[in-house]
Write a protein that binds this ligand. Structure first.
Ligand SMILES: [Zn+2]
Length: 326
């Protein structure tokens, strides 16, 4: 006799994305507009250091700082890491180095991509220069990347002591705001316990897991009892009927949700479950829903979970029967 192999744990790709809009203020506006004009600006701090990319407040004194200076488009790699597998929307589509580059005239380093044939071609201390994007809009991507700049005898690093020139930061048609697209691609796995829960739902069954120590039945199961700190392994089928433990009346229509308001959203303790899950109550006027109402799930064709719960017609449950589950 052989043990059945455990069911495969579910996985699904998920994407979270939103545009993040921000205004720039005088310093960042000058910096990004400068990039559009192929000029790299830094800011001078109270102790005479030049910070690139510029900050608006002195890192030491926290005073507002506005003394912009122009630094060179050439610099030196201070440290780096090789990126073998560029992700979508990264600066380069081929493997590249993420490098901290101290531009000539700056005292701090700027993080950006360095285009190099391989990690053997990158080293701390190597000379690099900005490769400007062909089309520039006033964004950090106006620097397409850095590129090696070892063989440029006509443009050596500036002599020590030759400080960067002041810049008034004034450009025509300054960039005053940016929209940064935030996007997170990831693969979600609900784990062993919730995989079993989801697989059971596909058969219109609700399966929880019982804690071996306190015997509470978790629905949906998380794989462990947070009270006892032990794994839950015993699967328990609960429901299908349950009891409304508490509820609210929804009066505001949600975007993309085709349900007429008002409707009732309730906590429902399925029979045998040690905590309530939530669902919509239908099949009864919203103002007749009450604590203790006995309900059962209503499935729609192909639904992955109950569409809503409706009254079973049984007498209401005694308060004592569900008071611990509210
Ligand atoms: Zn427990």
């Amino acid at each position: 006799m052989t043990a059945a192999s455990p069911p495969e744990v579910l996985r699904a790709p998920l994407v979270v994305e939103f545009p993040f809009t921000r205004s720039l203020g005088p310093v960042q506006s000058a910096f990004l507009t400068g990039l559009r004009e192929s000029v790299v600006l830094g800011v001078k701090t109270s102790d005479g250091r030049v910070v690139v990319p510029p900050v608006e407040y002195d890192p030491v004194t926290s005073e507002e700082i506005r003394d912009l200076v122009e630094v060179a488009a050439t610099g030196t790699v201070t440290t780096w890491a090789w990126n073998d597998r560029p992700r979508p929307n990264q600066p380069l589509g081929t493997p590249f180095a993420w490098a901290l580059v101290k531009l000539d005239g700056a005292d701090t380093a700027l993080l950006h991509a360095l285009d190099a044939p391989g990690p053997d071609a990158v080293r701390t201390g190597m000379r690099v220069r900005v490769r400007w994007a062909a089309e520039r809009t006033g964004a950090i991507t106006d620097i397409a990347c850095f590129e090696p700049y070892e063989d440029a005898p006509d443009a050596p690093a500036p002599a020590p002591g030759a400080g960067p020139a002041p810049h008034d930061g004034v450009f025509e048609d300054a960039v005053t705001g940016i929209v940064a697209e935030a996007r997170l691609d990831y693969v979600y796995s609900p784990g062993r316990a919730q995989t079993a829960y989801i697989n059971a739902l596909s058969e219109q069954r609700t399966v929880g897991e019982r804690c071996p120590s306190c015997h509470k039945v978790y629905v949906p199961p998380r794989g462990a009892c947070p009270t006892c700190g032990v794994a839950t392994t015993d699967q328990v089928e609960v429901g299908p009927a349950g009891t409304v433990t508490t509820f609210c009346i929804v009066n505001i229509k949600a975007k993309n949700l085709d349900i007429e308001v008002p409707y009732v959203y309730a906590h429902i303790a399925l029979d045998g479950a040690g905590l309530a899950l939530h669902g919509r109550i239908g099949g009864i006027p919203y103002d007749q829903v009450r604590m203790g109402l006995r309900v059962e799930p209503v499935w729609t064709e192909g639904g992955r979970y109950p569409d809503h719960y409706r009254p079973t017609g049984e007498p209401d449950a005694d308060y004592d029967a569900y008071k611990e589950l509210i």
